[in-house]
Design a protein around this ligand. Structure first.
Ligand code: FRU
Length: 706
């Protein structure tokens, strides 16, 4: 029944073929590995495609995006979702439906709310109207009421308008009727959507959160009957607003488990402009008084106070500018004075301060040259600068286009653009260089596409410029979007679902006949971290229901560059690996999963940067979209030199819950099905791992139903 796993031979005794490992005893010998095989499988999985996840919800076929209408009712978790009943790309938006009693094994149900000629059914929420306030049911049989966004089509009387509508179910969520007075809330906007409704106990009324997406605002309305809505307040823009705001959620949670000390959490999904790029979910912690939400922490935006060293407003000043390194007789790349914004043949340049900036696009991308600042003494901890232009880092080989900090003839800091004509802040921490004399140097050695640098507003200051990483995020990886929570869960547990995807490439993921998966359901809690309440997230306890017995445990092992091989997974097997990483003297230490000859997804720690990262640049099929290869990071200090990780690996995803759930990273990956290796590797010194436990999750890929 079990094939020997590839590519590494197992290290311990293996269960003979044909037996079932329901319970496996793990004898833990210090430092020694013991391998057993076997998952206590609830049922065999449909294996129509190697990338079909084992423990993550996917529809049998067709396109899926946001989770909708999350409610626990009569012992059943309902998951509705944005669904195209007719195709594997976004369109014909309707609500699909699935049910579960454990949040992990799902049964797909018939379509709940189909689109019509006039109306596409966008995201929304469901409440149990226990006292029949809406009158849509009866006192004996109160209704479930869905509030969803009607996206009116070109065939309708209100083309392009988005308004909130109601539908109700009298059979516990299986069949739905539209309310005949729809829409129930219409402000004449084409960007007004994604209602999430809850019963506000203290005030005794319903509250609805929606977004006006392009204005980066969340609107709050109240109602007594779910049908007539009155405006309360709005919130935003705040923190990340580099894209539309979508799918809001608002709920109350105890801090550190104390029911007398609560806060309100506002989730705002954002696309694009998230911390990892593209779609993502930010959150705010604060107070909701029945009318308005007030965050208790807002990060200041823009540069801190400081001394501007180079603003390029009055010529190049004392900078030594060398144009025409190729001797072609041109004025490029810098010209004789700083550019007044955009140059001939250039897309509009934005994000600089004042009237002028250094723009090495004079004569186009081809000319090479360099510009060097006067000498200065570093006397503050940060150099902040606005940088744009091509992404040609020094380390990339070939002609670079970079802004460098040079001390004693050596480049000690370097920055490059992001292939964008919009300048962004870069902050260099130079605390270790205070007292040294230095120069800035712009080198434009790149001659091809994006072969130019933009630089402005170099300033010295005591603090870095706040950026996306200073805000609060539900997830720091690439694929966690439209996160929203369940209503009416047992014990008031706050459980979220999210679409495990990113609008940057969601239409291109290589799966068939379905496209789109949900991330694992998570339980959210507020814990005091760094002196303020922050969300801590872990997979719901129900995950235990799909645990297999541990197949591997070990207490401690050194790790160096050659690496430490752990037993590989069965092809197609989902699993959870828990371990403690101790970077020790290593510059970098990383867990490698979905490892094959030429590929691996790396969950690693960068000791100098104090960052946890998830790197899928060599994770298998990364060519589905140019934005797919990525390395995402989250700032995370070690605790006593160690970092505890819980990593859930499925056939096409990796989810990281670090430091007890204080930081999470979620990425889709599309590895070769036989890339099943698991190892740990350290670079630049020896590190170690401790307390490693690997358990299979969900159905045994080779097993029959039990
Ligand atoms: C978010 C979103 C929502 C909208 C739905 C449409 O991913 O754009 O704002 O309601 O998807 O499918």
């Amino acid at each position: 029944m079990h094939r020997p796993p590839l590519p590494h031979p197992p290290r311990g005794p293996r269960r003979p073929a044909g037996t079932t490992a329901r319970t496996a005893t793990i004898a833990l010998v210090t430092g020694a590995a013991l391998t057993l095989t076997g998952a206590a499988a609830p049922a065999a999985a449909e294996t129509d495609h190697p990338h079909r996840p084992r423990i993550h919800f996917t529809p049998a076929q067709n396109w899926m995006n946001d989770p909708n209408g999350l409610i626990h009712h009569d012992g059943v978790y309902h998951l509705y979702f944005q669904y195209n009943p007719e195709g594997d790309r976004w369109g014909n938006m309707s609500w699909g439906h699935a049910t579960s009693t454990d949040l992990l094994t799902w049964e797909e149900q018939p379509l709940a709310l189909p689109y019509t000629d006039d109306e596409h059914v966008f995201s929304g929420g469901i409440v149990f109207d226990e006292h029949n306030t809406s009158g849509l049911g009866t006192a004996e049989n109160p209704p479930l009421v869905a509030l969803y966004t009607s996206a009116y089509t070109g065939a309708s009387e209100r083309p392009g308008i988005q308004a909130q509508s109601a539908a109700y179910s009298l059979d516990g969520g299986y069949t739905w009727e539209r309310y005949d007075g729809n829409p129930v809330l219409d402000i004449g906007s084409g960007e007004f959507r994604d209602p999430k409704v809850f019963w506000y106990e203290e005030g005794g009324y319903w509250v609805m959160a929606t977004v006006v997406a392009t204005e980066h605002t969340v609107h709050f309305h109240r109602s007594d009957d779910l049908l007539e809505w009155e405006f309360l307040s709005d919130f935003g823009p705040a923190h990340a607003d580099g894209g539309v705001w979508e799918v809001p959620d608002l709920f109350e949670l105890p801090v550190d488990g104390d029911p007398d000390d609560t806060r309100w959490v506002l989730i705002v999904n954002l696309n694009p402009g998230s911390v990892a790029g593209g779609s993502g979910a930010q959150y705010f912690v604060g107070d909701f008084d029945g009318t308005a939400f007030t965050p208790e922490r807002l990060v200041e935006t823009g540069p801190p106070d400081g001394e501007v060293f180079a603003g390029f407003e009055d010529g190049y000043g004392g900078w030594e500018v060398v144009n025409d390194l190729d001797g072609l007789g041109g004025e490029g790349p810098f010209g004789t004075e700083p550019a007044a914004g955009t140059l001939d043949g250039q897309h509009p340049v934005t994000g600089y301060e004042g009237e002028r900036l250094l723009n090495s696009f004079v004569g186009g991308d081809a000319p090479r040259g360099h510009a060097t600042s006067p000498e200065f003494t570093i006397d503050r901890d940060f150099v902040n600068l606005l940088v744009g232009g091509g992404h040609h880092p020094r380390t990339g080989g070939g002609g670079h286009a970079s802004v460098d900090l040079v001390v004693d003839g050596e480049v000690v800091r370097t920055a490059t653009g992001q292939d964008s004509e919009s300048l962004d802040w870069v902050s260099w921490n130079v605390a270790d260089l205070v007292g040294h004399t230095a120069r800035l140097r712009v080198e434009d050695d790149a001659t091809g596409g994006w072969g130019h640098v933009l630089l402005d507003h170099v300033m010295f200051s005591d603090d870095p410029v706040p950026g996306l990483a200073d805000y609060d995020w539900l997830d720091w990886g690439r694929d966690y979007y439209a996160a929203v929570s369940y209503n009416d869960t047992p014990d008031d547990a706050r459980v979220t679902m999210a679409w495990m995807n990113n609008w940057q490439y969601a239409q291109d993921t290589p799966t068939s006949p379905w496209r789109g998966a949900m991330a694992l359901p998570r339980q959210l809690e507020l814990e005091t971290v760094d002196g303020r309440p922050q969300l801590v997230q872990n997979p719901v306890d129900q995950l235990e229901s799909v645990y297999g017995d541990p197949v591997y445990e070990r207490d401690r092992a050194p790790v160096h560059a050659r690496g430490l091989d752990l037993p590989p997974a069965e092809p197609g097997q989902a699993y959870q690996i828990e371990l403690t990483l101790r970077p020790g003297r290593a510059g970098e230490i990383g867990l490698r999963v979905h490892e094959g000859a030429d590929q691996a997804t790396v969950v690693g720690y960068d000791t100098a940067a104090q960052e946890l990262f998830l790197d899928r640049t060599a994770s298998g099929n990364t060519g589905l979209h140019p934005a797919f290869p990525s390395r995402s990071t989250v700032p995370l200090p070690l605790t006593d030199g160690a970092l505890r990780l819980r990593v859930v690996v499925d056939t096409s995803s990796v989810e990281v819950f670090a430091d007890g759930g204080r930081a999470t990273l979620t990425d889709l990956v599309f590895p070769d099905p036989d890339a099943t290796g698991i190892s740990v590797r350290a670079d630049g010194g020896t590190g170690s791992v401790e307390d490693v436990v690997i358990r299979p999750l969900g159905p045994d890929p080779n097993g029959a139903a039990e």
